[in-house]
Design a protein around this ligand. Structure first.
Ligand code: COS
Length: 386
């Protein structure tokens, strides 16, 4: 077993750290306060090659391995979860799906623009009545001469208001259940496609979140990605990458919580001593360190399996479950270390605490991850009680 990163991976990590400290961190608080989706910063992420980092070079990506991808996602996640969400959705949910399932024509059409940030993509799986039960899509796709007509609604869609292409999952034949689903690459300027911004989120204020409406949206046959009936597999394989990316982002929140707490505990004095010299404060710091390390190693293990082309669904769920829960614990502890100062946005920990909350919900709740892990461990399906 080799826990060392290669020289190239170390370089990727260092440059992502530098980029995050120089470009992402200074804007994070204001973007959060102003609920501003920072498209200029998205352009900088793209310029760094962080959108589509795992896309092969021939399609405009950086051609990175999954462990390297985790390193850069961790750094962006330490800086700002709203920007990390852009990287995760664009790269893992949209680009990686097109790389794996798209036709050559679809790859040529979308990947170069997605990698340069010329186009943003969104992932249209969740619906107002369809969350954990992802196979139960109400959106319908009806075959027409030379194409498809799609109607339905999607909910909680990151980047939905800015995307040029939406990966839409729709049912073609309800009798077939999950085997009737199909995936479509829908240009968002198609007639009948509209979006609305979702307001009132607890966190991720710098992220764009939308509901989508598809009202008899007509697309040609070349919008269909994969075969009819492969939609559910496409969605699940996208989530294998998306959950990994969310987990890596949460390692960034853990690391950021730890670093902010160590710095504050050394500087803040009470009883004529830095609070970091108190055992109970060190206990909190130790808890953060342990959870950060454990989360990171679980992410790297899942990445190692992905890089080898080996099955990684269970290990990805383990990493996602642990890292998202660790992110909540660490940001919670970090506020405790900061005391009253942690309750306002002078320090990043207040934002970490709000931003991390969604990560045990989106891309599969913690409960869904436990059911996937439990099924793998026992061979018994407890997903839907019979
Ligand atoms: N990659 C490729 N295919 C997969 C897969 C994966 N990771 N996981 C499952 N599949 C395939 C299975 O092989 C099976 O194929 P067949 O039809 O050929 O047998 C099919 O998909 C159905 O799989 P499974 O039986 O596991 O589906 P279940 O209905 O039992 O469970 C859960 C599906 C609940 C795990 C799934 O719906 C899920 O992950 N829900 C959460 C959805 C989610 O994360 N939403 C957030 C959206 S993004 S914000």
């Amino acid at each position: 077993m080799d826990f060392d990163l290669s020289d190239e991976q170390q370089l990727i990590r260092e440059s992502a750290r530098e980029f995050t400290d120089k470009e992402v961190v200074p804007r994070a608080r204001e973007n959060d306060r102003n609920h501003h989706f920072d498209t200029e910063l998205v352009g900088k992420l793209a310029h760094q090659g962080y959108l589509g980092a795992i896309v092969p070079k021939e399609y405009g990506g950086a051609g990175l391995d999954y462990v390297s991808y985790a390193l850069l996602v961790e750094e962006i996640g330490r800086g700002c979860s709203a920007m990390r969400t852009v990287v995760s959705v664009q790269t893992s949910l949209v680009c990686s799906s097109i790389v794996r399932w798209g036709s050559e024509e679809q790859k040529q059409r979308w990947l170069p623009d997605l990698c340069t940030g010329e186009a943003l993509g969104c992932f249209g799986l969740t619906e107002p009545d369809t969350g954990s039960d992802a196979a139960n899509q109400k959106t319908r796709a009806r075959k027409t001469d030379g194409g498809w007509t799609i109607s339905g609604a999607k909910m909680w869609i990151s980047m939905g208001n800015h995307a040029k292409v939406a990966l839409i999952f729709a049912q073609t034949d309800p009798e077939l259940k999950h085997r009737g689903l199909a995936a479509f690459l829908v240009p968002t300027d198609t007639k009948g496609f509209s979006t609305q911004e979702i307001h009132g989120k607890m966190g991720l204020h710098g992220s764009d979140t939308a509901s989508l409406a598809l009202d008899d949206v007509e697309v040609s046959d070349d919008a269909l990605m994969g075969e009819v009936g492969e939609g559910f597999k496409i969605a699940m394989s996208a989530l294998d990458s998306g959950r990994y990316s969310v987990a890596a982002g949460c390692v960034g929140i853990c690391q950021g919580s730890l670093e902010a707490s160590v710095a504050y505990a050394k500087e803040r004095e009470q009883f004529d001593r830095p609070i970091g010299s108190f055992q109970l404060v060190q206990a909190m710091i130790a808890d953060m360190r342990v959870q950060t390390d454990a989360a990171r190693l679980l992410v790297w293990r899942a990445g190692y399996l992905k890089d080898q082309g080996r099955p990684s669904t269970t290990e990805t769920s383990i990493a996602k479950l642990y890292a998202t829960e660790a992110g909540q614990n660490c940001s919670h502890l970090a506020i405790q270390v900061h005391g009253g100062s942690g309750y306002v946005d002078d320090h990043p920990v207040e934002r970490y605490y709000r931003d991390v909350r969604v990560t045990t919900l989106y891309e599969g709740t913690s409960q869904i991850q436990k059911l996937i892990i439990g099924r793998a461990e026992t061979g018994l399906n407890a997903l839907v009680p019979s």
